[in-house]
Design a protein around this ligand. Structure first.
Ligand code: HEM
Length: 229
């Protein structure tokens, strides 16, 4: 085994993988939310569908997407392994130390595994509903000024006209908020980026992010439902 794989399978290596993949997923969520907010434009899905077409045909974004799938898998598998190991050792979360500053997040840290598993279930349902339909489903086509695109707006409309799915999405966003609340600052802590001046700012940014991003996602099904019902 090379030093690199030895490092990656060590405890600190696993935490580093969690931290770096987590930060990548944090950036992804911001981009994903920005794109999805186009669903709220009252244009029958035109801008959203053209955006989805761009996202699935641009070569750079396509390659980034493969990285995203790999990072989601890595984050989930490593997270579950670390969580099981910590549970067996009765040690709690993966990036908790005993300093006063981190004690406040220890409660969330302990539940990171459960929160992560719920998010994984959400993600599987979510990907089946939209992503798989875009990739393999038989979506109706729509023509915008001579450009034929898949009408991804249709499955979104179907899902968010259903109150059950609206509630499911909103509750899942609450779980994501709790996961991010701990995960954001934990990833910086794991990287050793502790600084007298910048750490309070990172903590504030993490808290603001953990509330605003899930809130933005939750508003989409709610507003969609209210508009179309
Ligand atoms: C209201 C909330 C959300 C809406 C309306 C939404 C919508 C969509 C749609 C329409 C797609 C298919 C896009 C395509 O294939 O081009 C998609 C893909 C995806 N979504 Fe969401 N999403 C939401 C929340 C989330 C959340 C919270 C997460 C993560 C926890 C997430 C993770 C993903 C991933 C990983 C993909 C695949 C992306 C890719 O292929 O590059 N989504 N989403």
């Amino acid at each position: 085994m090379s030093w690199f794989s030895t490092f990656l399978t060590s405890s600190i290596g696993k935490k580093l993988v969690m931290s770096l993949t987590g930060l990548f997923l944090i950036v992804f969520l911001l981009v994903h939310l920005t794109g999805n907010l186009q669903l709220l434009i009252d244009d029958g899905g035109r801008q959203f569908n053209l955006y989805a077409k761009f996202m699935t045909s641009n070569p750079f974004i396509k390659i980034t997407s493969y990285g995203l799938y790999a990072f989601i898998l890595l984050h989930a598998v490593q997270g579950i392994l670390l969580w099981l190991k910590n549970r067996a050792a009765k040690g709690g979360g993966y990036a908790v130390n005993n300093t006063k500053a981190t004690n406040t997040v220890a409660g969330f840290a302990k539940n990171m595994g459960w929160l992560g598993i719920i998010i994984l279930v959400f993600l599987l349902i979510h990907l089946y509903q939209f992503w798989l339909q875009m990739k393999l489903g038989t979506l109706p086509m729509v023509n915008y000024d001579g450009v034929e695109v898949k009408n991804l707006y249709v499955p979104v409309m179907d899902a968010f006209s259903n109150i059950g799915f609206v509630i499911f999405y909103v509750l899942s966003m609450v779980v994501i908020a709790f996961h991010l609340w701990h995960g954001f600052q934990s990833s910086f802590q794991t990287l050793g980026l502790n600084h007298k001046k910048y750490t309070p700012f990172i903590q504030f940014l993490g808290k603001a992010y953990s509330i605003l991003i899930p809130l933005g996602f939750a508003l989409i099904p709610i507003l969609f439902f209210l508009r179309n019902s």
